[in-house]
Design a protein around this ligand. Structure first.
Ligand code: NAD
Length: 264
């Protein structure tokens, strides 16, 4: 399978460090010969992202804050100047005030609701709009979701509501962009300890619960997410769009606590 991504290039948004889901996807794509440009959010993260990008031989890095339309416009203009066309884009971005990722959803503030929706949902549509002109022959757009979109997960709160909207937007975008041979998919990843996840209340408990109760009796890794991400951006998934692909050790299929799960 070596060289699956040979001759393909694209943008990965959302690497913060070597524990990021986006980094797992980047490694898998690079291992198959894909060329990657990265975007990072602000100077502090550039210090972490640049050495990682360089370790994959990537020289193109752009600053981009998806909460700011001008920042997205400048980033896509700079990318288009370097690469007039791309084959894939990975959007691994989410944000909410961590004070509202604990306790009750009903207490969500209007300000944080709007900000969470803007950064975690609308930004995917906004980057799709800007990526489309760079995909004249078609392409693949991928975002990251979580099971909290489908069922209530304690503390996930407004992020669950945002992920539900993100998953719906994947389907609408798939329909709109399909005629241009642009595929739009999401990976619904199981819980993984990352910077963003550390803001979620009782996250260690969620990890244990998934480990004990998922069919594979383990948590997933960023390499598991990377393999599925590689598939979805590659030509292997040429007939796949509008899909929410679970990479969660099977957790989403269970209806009850496993009989052999220890008490936690
Ligand atoms: P992470 O902290 O490594 O990555 C989150 C990224 O979002 C960071 O790179 C951050 O810079 C970026 N970001 C936040 N606000 C931004 C903004 N305004 N502009 C530009 N970038 C911004 O954490 P992660 O867990 O790898 O998260 C990546 C995606 O995966 C998120 O959408 C998250 O919801 C999703 N996800 C995570 C898990 C998990 O358990 N870690 C599970 C399922 C889905």
């Amino acid at each position: 399978m070596a060289g699956l991504m040979h001759g393909k290039r694209g943008l990965i948004m959302g690497v913060a460090n070597d524990r990021s889901l986006a980094w797992g996807i980047a490694k898998a794509i690079a291992a198959q010969g894909g060329e990657i440009a990265f975007s990072y959010q602000g100077e502090a993260l550039e210090k972490r992202v640049r050495p990682l990008a360089e370790s994959l031989g990537a020289a193109r890095l752009y600053e981009c804050d998806v909460a700011d339309a001008d920042s997205m416009d400048s980033m896509f203009a700079a990318l288009a100047a370097d690469w007039p066309t791309i084959d894939f884009l990975v959007h691994a971005i989410g944000f909410s005030d961590k004070n509202e990722l604990r306790g009750r959803y009903v207490d969500t503030s209007e300000g944080n609701f709007t900000q969470t929706m803007n950064i975690s949902v609308y930004s995917f549509t906004a980057v799709c709009q800007r990526a489309l002109p760079l995909m004249p022959e078609g392409g693949s757009l991928l975002t990251l979701s979580y099971y909290g979109a489908e069922k209530v997960v304690p503390h996930y709160n407004v992020m669950g509501v945002a992920k539900a909207a993100l998953e719906a937007s994947v389907k609408y975008l798939a329909m709109d962009l399909g005629p241009q041979k642009v595929r739009v998919n999401a990976i619904s990843a199981g819980p993984i300890k990352t910077l963003a996840a550390s803001g979620i209340g009782d996250f260690r408990y969620i990890l244990k619960w998934n480990e004990y109760n998922s069919p594979l009796r383990r948590n997933v890794t960023i390499d598991d997410v990377g393999g599925a991400g590689l598939y979805l951006v590659s030509d292997l998934a040429m007939g796949v769009t509008g899909e929410i692909h679970h990479v969660d050790a099977g957790y989403n299929v269970i209806g009850m606590k496993a009989e052999d799960a220890p008490d936690i």
